[in-house]
Design a protein around this ligand. Structure first.
Ligand code: NAI
Ligand code: MG
Length: 354
């Protein structure tokens, strides 16, 4: 019996469309090889859909998504639509509506990728950033007053709940426990931010007691950027808030070679909703339509999706193919190569067939 999984597929905008298309080709080849089946629902929710319908998603979007085992997402954003509209109409309502409370963002230096840090070699940077995914500054609370006057004001309220923090932290500790080094660093800003961030610290001390086998330390977010650059080897699991994780994961991607290889998994640790798997990058207006986007970030996200769905062998197989192509090429421009999306895709397919 072949395991069938229902996948909601949202390519979205810009290079999101290109890298999802490339991934579907790879996944088609993988299904007979690894004995699983993906049944896709193609969802055209995007900026083009918005221009036609006045909204990014239909009103019953969350119900549609809930009928699936996973969501495979490209990117959202268009040059002629304000970014806060595109993000708040498509990706954030899904993350928050499905309560995908943890965003898992691995990054590592692969053989064949030249990292920008002179003091860093393969194996020296192997991190798992655990970004809280529903709260903090991205909760959507705030407002504007006195608009259009010199006294214009805007507030952006950072919201932190014990429930959201604890759910995320327990998951982070569980993942840290499964890694060889069993190490975790809590990142906050509980010196200047004396309410919500201090709550983070308090919940952390409570949760840490249940994981005595995980070694932990804590740092303020500004200091951790120094450590990421100067002592990358000293970090393993990095546990942080929504805003901090957003920023630190782009830094991690750059330090590991390129944003073009950085994957992410948005998951409900309690598995009550389907996970959403997507590259960390956005629609990349500067290269969209050229066919040169690096598809590896989305391939790696697909591997994370397979792992979450219990298809371990397929996930490992895809990761081996990714490692092979990163080491031997061809590579896209962001990694110093000359290949286009299609050439990298075909190289992954050949590696899978070997
Ligand atoms: P971006 O990630 O789209 O691009 C940043 C830079 O990285 C660009 O120079 C781009 O060419 C390069 N890049 C990104 N992915 C690449 C890939 N796969 N291969 C090669 N180069 C790659 O971020 P930016 O420019 O801040 O945002 C553009 C749009 O995307 C905005 O509308 C933004 O709101 C949206 N966005 C959406 C995200 C999502 O859907 N999850 C995440 C980040 C941004
Ligand atoms: Mg980001």
């Amino acid at each position: 019996m072949v395991n069938a999984h229902k996948i909601a597929c949202i390519p979205g905008d810009g290079i999101g469309i290109e890298v999802i298309e490339a991934s579907i080709k790879v996944l088609e080849v993988m299904q007979p090889l690894f004995g699983f089946k993906f049944e896709y629902t193609d969802l055209p929710w995007s900026s083009a859909y918005y221009k036609k319908n006045g909204r990014y998603m239909p009103p019953d979007a969350l119900e549609i998504l809930k009928a699936h085992d996973a969501i495979f997402f490209g990117a959202v954003g268009a040059p002629d639509i304000p970014d806060h509209i595109s993000l708040w109409e498509l990706l954030l309502p899904i993350r928050q509506g499905l309560q995908l409370g943890s965003n898992v963002r691995p990054s590592k230096i692969f053989k064949g990728v030249k990292p920008p840090l002179a003091n860093c070699e393969v194996g020296d940077l192997n991190w798992l950033i655990l970004r809280e995914n529903c709260e903090g500054e991205y909760c959507g609370q705030g407002g504007r007053s006195h608009t259009g006057t010199p006294y214009a004001l805007g507030t952006e309220l950072a919201v932190f709940t014990r429930f959201g923090i604890e759910r995320h932290m327990r998951f982070a500790f569980e993942l840290a426990r499964q890694r060889p080094r069993k190490m975790l660093t809590l990142v906050t800003k509980s010196n200047a931010m004396r309410h919500g961030m201090v709550l983070w610290d308090e919940v952390f001390y409570d949760v840490a007691k249940d994981f005595p086998d995980v070694k932990w330390d804590k740092m303020l977010v500004d200091a951790v950027t120094i450590r990421m650059v100067q002592k990358p080897k000293s970090l393993d699991v990095i546990l942080c808030t929504n805003l901090h994780g957003d920023i630190l994961s782009d830094l991690a991607a750059a330090l590991s070679g390129s944003i073009g290889i950085a994957p992410s998994a948005n998951v409900d640790p309690e598995r009550k909703a389907p996970g959403l798997f997507e590259p960390v990058h956005g629609a990349a207006f500067d290269i969209m339509g050229k066919g040169i986007a690096n598809p590896i970030a989305t391939f790696w996200s697909a591997a994370e999706m397979l792992r979450w769905l219990g298809e371990e062998k397929a996930a490992d197989g895809l990761m081996s193919a990714i490692e092979h192509v990163l080491e031997h090429g061809p590579l896209t421009g962001d990694l110093g190569g000359k290949a286009n999306t299609e050439q990298v895709t075909q190289a992954i397919i050949s590696a899978l067939k070997q």
